[in-house]
Write a protein that binds this ligand. Structure first.
Ligand code: GRF
Length: 221
């Protein structure tokens, strides 16, 4: 088994966590998950982790007087497990500057839109409302600014006239379940570097909108 270890942070369903668990089981991802951490006790992803015999912890923000104290508690728990990479997978909290600086270049997130378009919430509704033709998902480094860190990779799809927020969510998540394990495998294989002038993949600088993980936009499906 690989020595490269990740911690996955979740708040909810954990379908991306499941995709990572499955990719490891299928030997597509040379990683071990040392910890699944949730800010919600009821997150279904915790059940997925337990089923896969992965250690789980809950850090409940209601037990802390401030956001700073919550971030510090998160950091303290994560430090116990020494993850090489911290993978945000539907973790619904913004991490502060001390946290991000402590885990410098070690935190990635997946966002359900083609950043820099549609930062924040309700991305599928907003893509439909603005009559976007292309939509998708982005894997990026986490900085202290929401959904704003350097982009590593994107997968895209064509929006169809009959798409709804629900159908888009489903189709975007299908892309996510492929791209996120793939990008994590790049980290495990030491293919990604964040240098002063940008992100590099296997020694070559990548475009600011990241590696296109599915080539041209997918057709329906
Ligand atoms: C994903 O769509 C991801 O892009 C966003 O939150 C969602 C999490 O879904 N950050 P799940 O919990 O992995 O099913």
């Amino acid at each position: 088994m690989s020595d490269f270890s990740i911690a996955v942070l979740i708040s909810g369903n954990g379908s991306n966590l499941q995709a990572i668990i499955d990719a490891i089981a299928n030997q597509r991802l040379p990683t071990k998950i040392s910890l699944v951490l949730s800010d919600r006790e009821t997150a279904f992803g915790l059940e997925r982790a337990k089923k896969a015999n992965i250690t789980t912890r809950v850090v409940n923000p209601q037990n802390y007087a401030s956001k700073e104290e919550f971030d510090l508690a998160l950091k303290t728990v994560l430090d116990e497990y020494h993850p090489d990479l911290i993978v945000l997978a539907g973790f619904m909290r913004i991490l502060g500057k001390p946290f991000v600086q402590h885990f410098n270049q070690q935190v990635i997130n997946i966002h359900p839109a083609l950043l820099p378009a549609y930062k924040g919430l309700n991305t599928h509704e907003r893509a439909l409302a603005s009559h976007a033709k292309i939509h998708g998902t982005t894997v990026h480094f986490v900085t202290e600014s929401l959904d704003d860190g350097p982009i590593i990779a994107q997968s895209s799809l064509i929006i169809h006239p009959d798409d709804t927020p629900e159908s888009l969510k489903h189709r975007v998540q299908q892309l996510e379940h492929t791209i996120y394990p793939l990008v994590i495998s790049w980290f495990a294989e030491k293919k990604i570097a964040w240098l002063a002038d940008g992100i590099y993949f296997e020694g070559k600088k990548i475009p600011v909108d990241g590696i296109k993980a599915n080539g041209s936009p997918l057709s329906r499906g």
